[in-house]
Structure formats: C-alpha cells, structure tokens
Design a protein around this ligand. Sequence first.
Ligand code: PEP
Ligand code: MN
Length: 356
Amino acid sequence: MSNLECARKLIDRVDKEIVKLINKRARLALNLAKFKNKEKSNVYVPSREREVLNKVISSKSFLTKESLKSIYTEIINACRNIQTPVKLSSREFKKDNTIIKVNKNVEIGGKKVHVMAGPCAIESKEIMSNIAKIVKNAGATVLRGGAYKPRSSPYAFQGLGEKGLKYIKDVGNKLHMPVISEAMTVEQVNIVSKYCDVIQIGARNIQNYDLLKAVGKQKKPVLLKRGIATTIEELLLSAEYILSCGNHNVILCERGIRTFETSTRFTIDLNAVPVLKKFSHLPVVLDPSHGIGIREHVGAIAKACIAAGADGLIIEVHPQPENALSDGAQSLLPEQFNKLMKELDLVAKAVGRELL
Ligand code: PEP
Ligand code: MN
C-alpha cells in the first residue's frame, strides 16, 4: 500500500469514528428529550446551546474557531431537530422560507411586508366599505373583518355571520383586495372559504383539532393565531395538524399571550418571531392590536414587530372606535393608521424589507 493510500485509510477510519460519535451524541440527545418532556421543559434552550458551543470552540483545535463553530452548530441543530416532534413546519423539513400566494398581488413571506387591516367585526356594508377604502389608500393589501366573533361574553355582539361575509367579499372585490375572516367551527369552514381568501383560526381555537383538520382539508391559506397560553412548540404542532392534512399554506400569527402583566390587554411575544423563524419555514404575522390592546400604543408595537422580522401585520382600524361593536379600544383611527403605515415603511426599509 502506498503512503497516500495509507493516509487515506487513516482518514476513512477517523471518519467512521466521527460518525459513530455523532450518532452516539444524537442518541444521548434523544434520551435527554425524554427528561425534558417529563419536566415539561423546552426542547430549545438557547443559553444551553450557546454554552455547549462556547465550550467546544474554546478547546484547542487545528481548525479555525469559525470552522469548528460552523461544524458544531450543524451537529447541535441536527441533534435538536430529532428531539422535536415538529416535522412538516420545520426548517429541517424545508430549508427555504415558504411564500404563500394569497392572490396574484399578495404573497406573504417574501420581501414585502403585508398589512392586513380593517375592523374587528364586520358591522354593516357601509362601515366595511368606508374602512376598506381608508386602509387600502394607506397601503394595506388584505382586508380583515370578523363575521363570526369569539366574544368573552355571550351577551356581546356575535357577528353578522354569512351576511357579513357577503359584505366583506363585495367590498374586497370592488377594491381588488383579498379578504380574511375567522371560522370558529368546522361547519363554518366551507362558508368562510367560499367568501374569503384567507381563513383565520382564532386564538381560542388554536387547539380545536377537528377545526384544524377541517381547514387542513381545504385549499385556502390559513392564518393560525397563537393562543393566549400556547407555547411556541404547541403553536407549531397545531400548524402541523393543518399541514399534515394537505394544506401547506399556513401563516403563523403571534397575537399576544397572557402573562402576570395587567396594564395591557395581552403581552405580545416578540421573542416568538426569531424563534419561529429559526424553527419553521412558515411566514410569521403579528397582531399588535390584540397584542397590546391599547390604541395609543399599537403603533409602537407594530414598528417593533417589523424590526423583529415579521412578514406581515394584522391591525384593527375603525373610524368611530367609541361606537365599534367589538375591540374599539384597540382600533386605530384612520389618520393614525395612515401615519403609522408611512412609519412602518421606513422601519421595513431599515431591515431590508419593503411595505408600501
Ligand atoms: C380578532 O382577530 O378579532 C380576534 C378575535 O383575534 P384573536 O383570536 O387573536 O383574539
Ligand atoms: Mn378583535
């Protein structure tokens, strides 16, 4: 055997050892996941991953620190990915960002940040049409409005139902704007998908698995809102229900979670943006209106959402919020929305995106 062949044999032997060790590490990681599960702790612990990485790159090495870091980052990612039960929504499954085509002008998940705007609830054809013109002129690309409203009180306005869907569709058609509205039950899925371009699954229904399967079996894109007490992993598992039924057009939506804080309606979890982006290829939209629940603060949070990497926003707007039948306190006035859109465009540009 020549010296060259000998040297290659040695390398082959080391490669075998390396693969064996990586597999050993993966098995240990899988075992670790069982303990994490038992203790209900997160699979992804960024501080622990940083600690592992720092230890590795501070060891003596022939390779540069950068090379060692990039090799080890891959090993850590691969070991983490086998610990998580999330599959179709994961980056592991699909590396590139998913871009969801709502219609020929609106693609969510690309360079353009889309703003979906409108009233919380569809109240009348006139109000819907008035708000639609305002938000379209300001640069919104999708029209929102609920026809079936999940209200905390059974005595509050419950929505106009199918009549409301007809109004929003008519107005959307006239203005060439795709529309989004919520389906709360399996029975409502067909009817909402008949009138709307995107079906919203609300925070309260994030773990209504029959409803998730029902929207998974139809083709319209789904905006899946995180629940007020749902972890990021649970949000992705809910998305998995829709994806595994064949509908790959899922938009994740962070809309505020419940914390100990009582000075705002909810607490928007900006952390969710980079974390979801890392784990998943699906677009991420944020709802600053419900996220903070206070009109005068919606703008500040909306800007932060874009800076954090949101692919879109969903914002409530009403010309007479004091008379709104739902969520008036968090609905922006037309002039506030107009001004905000210009500011959002600047923030978008600053982070390499576009909005208007
Ligand atoms: C809404 O969009 O008006 C709504 C009810 O949202 P959520 O499900 O996030 O509360
Ligand atoms: Mn609302």
